[in-house]
Design a protein around this ligand. Structure first.
Ligand code: C5P
Length: 215
């Protein structure tokens, strides 16, 4: 299975679909984030659906349980394969999202990769989320090894902040290479700018795949 999730972080569905068409066949999933979804809503999901890959809707829901449950019911109607909530919303909020999304993989963000975080806090949030019914978690490259050990083999571990050797960190603080993240136990690598800003996004994805296969 291709473990690269391309973050289609663009402002409009046409540009996102253009990037998706270049990357289809070279990545395993497409991620739609807040910028695109807030501006274009379900139309953004529809623009990407035609490429035949699973869709990861990165909404990072975080509110009182009842509000998150209502939002999650809306997500269920979009028929996406993955959605995110913030683990810091608490166990009850995660259970509420779970109830509304029986068929969607529910991922809990531990601590944003743009922030510093104490390892014990990341692990506490990850355990809380999985115990409350999340299918997996999202964490920084620097936390993968400890979390895979703490959570065992089952939970999906999704890792953003991926930077192939030689690419710019941007605003990400806790970055890692594709190879190291997979070695440490990552299930899925979220790659945004290193693909979006590459002169040839498909070639950039292929290079990451080769790097992973070399592990
Ligand atoms: O461009 P870059 O590779 O840094 O993109 C990373 C993507 O992963 C962005 O879409 C960002 O919103 C997302 N993300 C993150 N940190 C998290 C969860 C998601 O950077 N904890």
């Amino acid at each position: 299975m291709n473990r690269i999730c391309a973050a289609l972080d663009l402002a409009d569905p046409v540009s996102a679909a253009q990037l998706a068409s270049k990357l289809a066949g070279h990545v395993g999933l497409f991620k739609i984030g807040l910028e695109l979804f807030v501006a274009h809503g379900p139309a953004a999901v529809d623009a990407i659906r035609g490429y035949g890959l699973p869709i990861f809707l990165d909404l990072k829901l975080h509110d009182i349980p009842q509000t998150v449950e209502g939002a999650a019911r809306g997500v269920a109607r979009l028929r996406v394969q993955y959605v995110t909530v913030h683990a810091s919303g608490g166990a009850e909020m995660i259970r509420a999202a779970r109830r509304a999304l029986p068929e969607t993989k529910l991922l809990a963000v531990t601590v944003l990769t743009s922030l510093e975080a104490a390892p014990a806090e990341v692990e506490r949030l990850a355990r809380l989320a999985v115990d409350a019914g999340a299918d997996g978690i999202v964490c920084a490259p620097t936390d993968v090894a400890a979390l895979r050990k703490a959570l065992g083999a089952r939970p999906v571990i999704v890792v953003p902040g991926i930077r192939p050797a030689g690419s710019a960190a941007g605003d990400q603080r806790r970055i890692g290479t594709p190879r190291d993240a997979i070695r440490a136990g990552a299930s899925i690598l979220v790659v945004g700018r290193p693909l979006r800003d590459a002169p040839d996004p498909a070639a950039a994805a292929d290079a990451i795949l080769r790097e992973i296969d070399a592990t």
